[in-house]
Design a protein around this ligand. Structure first.
Ligand code: MN
Length: 200
């Protein structure tokens, strides 16, 4: 079974003015589609062809770089789209309590995760994971993620934030910190809370 591009689930302009429609369209239809196509190409005719994305991630050190880069790209973006919303949402009581315990309060999480994204040199991702039973912030280079056996900080991804230039450059140019400030206006806390509940 070949991997396929999941639909965005909302309109390209749903996250305006924080993330512009053109960025969303190119990001989803071109960048994510390319990760899916190149992952399928890299796996065609190999033993990895019938593995789930999660199985691939857990054993990624045994696969070629094309599977690591494009498999990570497919997993990361599939999660990312669902973690965004044009609607105003709040963390569940359960997630809010865990955030308070780990980071003091929600602003503490935002600051820690934005810093992780802003200080990631080059391209990569900022992550909130459940790691050894605790909410943890980390970042990865390129399209790596915390499910990969090679990740410095492993865990169940609760929220991932794309800090590749293609995620913000049309609107924010070189101002990655401004993008990382704005994105908190469009986080889908319903989905992030569900991810936390599932990871527990
Ligand atoms: Mn991206």
């Amino acid at each position: 079974m070949a991997f396929t591009l999941p639909p965005l689930g909302y309109a390209f302009d749903a996250l305006e003015p924080h993330i512009d429609a053109m960025t969303m369209q190119i990001h989803h239809d071109k960048h994510h589609q390319a990760y899916v196509d190149n992952l399928n190409k890299a796996l065609a005719g190999t033993e990895g062809e019938n593995k789930s994305l999660e199985e691939l991630m857990a054993n990624i050190s045994k696969y070629p770089a094309a599977v690591r880069n494009n498999g990570g790209g497919h997993y990361n973006h599939s999660l990312f789209w669902t973690c965004l919303s044009g609607q105003t949402t709040q963390p569940s009581a359960e997630l809010a309590a865990a955030i308070d315990a780990a980071f003091g309060n929600l602003d503490g999480l935002k600051e820690k995760m934005s810093t992780a994204g802003a200080t990631r040199f080059g391209s990569g991702w900022a992550w909130l994971t459940l790691t050894d039973g605790k909410l943890t912030v980390s970042s990865t280079p390129n399209q790596d993620n915390p499910l990969m056996d090679i990740a410095e900080v492993k865990g169940a991804p609760i929220l991932g934030i794309d800090v590749w230039e293609h995620a913000y450059y049309l609107h924010y140019q070189n101002r990655r910190p401004d993008y990382l400030k704005a994105i908190w206006n469009v986080i889908n806390w319903d989905v992030v809370s569900a991810n936390y509940a599932a990871a527990k």
